[in-house]
Design a protein. Structure first.
Ligand code: SAM
Length: 347
């Protein structure tokens, strides 16, 4: 697909035309990687963040957030739950922190999870770090890293972040290359329906993923949070329904463009539509990340408002999720880390 074809897919708005693209993406998925779904247990390790991203509910300047970091026992317990539930991997996500205390603590968690649960593939999503830190975490046992570029358009990136050295577009791009060099399976992604974002920008995002030759993508609708600066732009946003549809079209177009990568059906999709997760899978996604963070902490990790599942405990969310996935004809692969075929082929 060239850019004009991607733009024509992303511009669709009639139900039957969109459905035809979702069906095509589902058949591309089936042919290349099967209708298999991989589960990742998501731990939200800490909502303390050094960054001040203009869209994010846990940004440094939001004084209304009750800050937390999970304890050692909570992390190990969440990993134990993930392993026992038969998920192939665990994702440790966190607000972005630098400094030895955070880096050493996370290193020891990764080592311990790796030795206690050797079959659980460890994924990290802990922001921009130096190559040395990425290497340390890799040596400790992490194999995957998720770092969304948020928007691959430099100008748009600068409008949704403060313009200072802590929020540099170039540093984010460099981090993605550093991760690749350290041997990680690398994932990135964007938000869809950001203020000022155009269909042309979104098409470029997909071409950026292809160009970077990524292994995994997690992308979903932007959802405004009232305690962030971008809330002031809410009247210029696409309606939520449009953001939802464009997110599904992005997943479908990406599946057609990159048939063998892993694509997550994001939690943000579910917050716009109770069937959002299933619809993401039926548009070509193949990964779901149930939240395994202990209940009371989860309620303080609100990137956006109406985040779904924040009142469910992990076993309740798991049941709800597995029923909804199997109900739509997909097959959950338990005890399988779901290494992207794209990564295996590239190697
Ligand atoms: N600190 C890590 C990092 O920088 O990659 C991971 C945590 S960060 C909070 C996780 C992701 O949440 C971001 O990459 C962003 O895409 C998403 N996010 C934040 N605010 C959002 C919002 N208002 N709507 C939708 N997604 C949002």
């Amino acid at each position: 697909m060239d850019k004009s074809e991607i733009i024509s897919i992303l511009s669709l708005s009639k139900d039957d035309e969109m459905q035809a693209v979702f069906d095509k993406a589902l058949s591309v998925k089936e042919k290349n990687i099967g209708r298999n779904v991989y589960l990742r247990g998501l731990i939200e390790l800490s909502n303390i963040c050094r960054k001040d991203c203009l869209y994010c509910g846990i940004r440094r300047s939001n004084a209304n957030v009750m800050r937390y970091s999970l304890s050692h026992d909570e992390v190990i317990e969440a990993a134990r739950f993930t392993d026992k539930a038969g998920f192939g991997s665990i994702v440790i996500q966190s607000g972005e922190l630098l400094g030895d205390a955070f880096i050493d603590t996370l290193t020891s968690y990764v080592e311990e999870i790796h030795s206690l649960f050797p079959e659980l593939l460890i994924t990290l999503s802990c922001g921009e770090q130096t190559p040395e830190v990425y290497r340390r975490w890799f040596q400790a046992g992490a194999q995957r890293y998720l770092l969304r570029i948020e928007s691959s358009n430099r100008e748009l990136y600068s409008k949704i972040h403060p313009n200072d050295e802590f929020h540099s577009f170039d540093a984010r791009i460099k981090a993605l290359y550093d991760l690749r060099n350290e041997g990680y399976q690398v994932g990135t992604g964007v938000m869809i329906g950001l203020p000022w974002q155009t269909i042309d920008n979104l098409a470029d995002d997909l071409l950026f993923f292809k160009d970077l030759d990524v292994d995994m993508i997690g992308m979903g609708p932007f959802i405004e949070h009232s305690e962030t600066p971008l809330y002031a732009e809410r009247e210029y946003l696409w309606p939520l329904k449009t953001r939802f549809e464009k997110s599904l079209l992005m997943i479908a177009a990406l599946r057609i463009l990159m048939p063998t990568i892993n694509i997550a059906s994001s939690t943000a999709l579910e917050s716009l539509d109770p069937l959002g997760r299933q619809k993401g899978l039926l548009a070509g996604a193949n990964v779901v990340m149930p939240n395994v963070t202990p209940l009371y902490k989860k309620q303080n990790y609100r990137l956006y408002e109406n985040k779904p599942g924040v009142h469910l405990d992990p076993s309740q969310s798991l049941q709800a999720i597995s029923e909804s996935i199997e109900g739509c004809g997909e097959h959950i692969c338990y005890r399988n880390p779901g290494v992207p075929k794209h990564f295996i082929d590239r190697r």
